[in-house]
Design a protein around this ligand. Structure first.
Ligand code: G3P
Ligand code: MG
Length: 237
């Protein structure tokens, strides 16, 4: 079972920052998950939230943020701890430069073109141009974003985040999308759901797993991977 560092080693460093990604690599992570947004001036950046509340900018939304002169100067570390003050909002480019090609990348698109115009094409081009199709899995709760990526590129690997969709609908859409994996929350992960996915040759990835007991229960259910804020869960077995 693959242990995927969720938002980097986000139990140890501010999530989705270069500090969290470096920490995950130092801990031997074989795969890293992160969330992607797009700024007003079309920069692909890594962050989880749609807004900047945690950075002390209550009213500011990512889609209205300019990278040039604003996003590039944003402090995304201090909320987690004083020693992380000065961490900058990472661009997708920086992460791909940091992570060795042996490490799998789980790129979650937070919203498609309805919020971030053209993001699907930008992400697909980005992955293709870097020769990273094999090591990158693109996932989203946003179905339209997944369909858009698939219409742009038949090779991008897709993961389907279930959210509130019924499993039956999910399997139909996953077939249309040629998706490879079903992504479930811990609560959604039942033996029945895992079997139904495996019967259709889909992998099952589960978020967010932070204790050895949960990890072991999911391993017993036969899931293929778990997203963990603590990549050391790969070691304590
Ligand atoms: O991709 C798995 C997980 O990251 C989905 O939820 O909110 O942590 O991005 P969230
Ligand atoms: Mg995510």
């Amino acid at each position: 079972m693959l242990v995927i560092a969720h938002r980097g080693a986000s139990g140890h460093a501010p999530e989705n920052t270069m500090a969290a990604f470096r920490r995950a690599l130092a801990m031997g992570a074989k795969a890293i998950e992160f969330d992607v947004h797009q700024t007003l001036d079309r920069e692909l950046v890594i962050a989880h939230d749609d807004d900047l509340k945690r950075c002390g900018r209550k009213k500011r939304r990512m889609r209205n943020l300019r990278w040039k002169g604003e996003g590039e100067n944003l402090d995304v570390g201090a909320w987690f701890g004083e020693r992380f003050r000065g961490e900058r909002l990472p661009r997708l480019e920086e992460l791909f430069e940091l992570v060795p090609s042996s490490v799998e990348l789980h790129l979650e698109i937070k919203h498609g073109s309805n919020v971030y115009p053209g993001i699907e094409e930008r992400v697909a081009d980005f992955i293709r141009e870097r020769g990273a199709l094999a090591r990158t899995l693109v996932s989203s709760f946003d179905r339209a974003a997944l369909y858009s990526i698939r219409s742009l590129d038949e090779k991008v690997r897709l993961g389907y985040l279930l959210g509130v969709t019924a499993l039956k609908t999910a399997f139909k859409e996953m077939k249309d999308l040629s998706a490879q994996s079903l992504h479930l929350s811990v609560r959604q992960t039942t033996a029945r759901a895992v079997k139904a996915a495996h019967d259709r040759d889909y992998k099952v990835f589960v978020y967010t797993v932070n204790t050895p007991a949960e990890r072991d229960r999911l391993a017993d259910l036969g899931v293929d991977g778990v997203f963990c804020n603590y990549p050391e869960l790969d070691l304590w077995r």
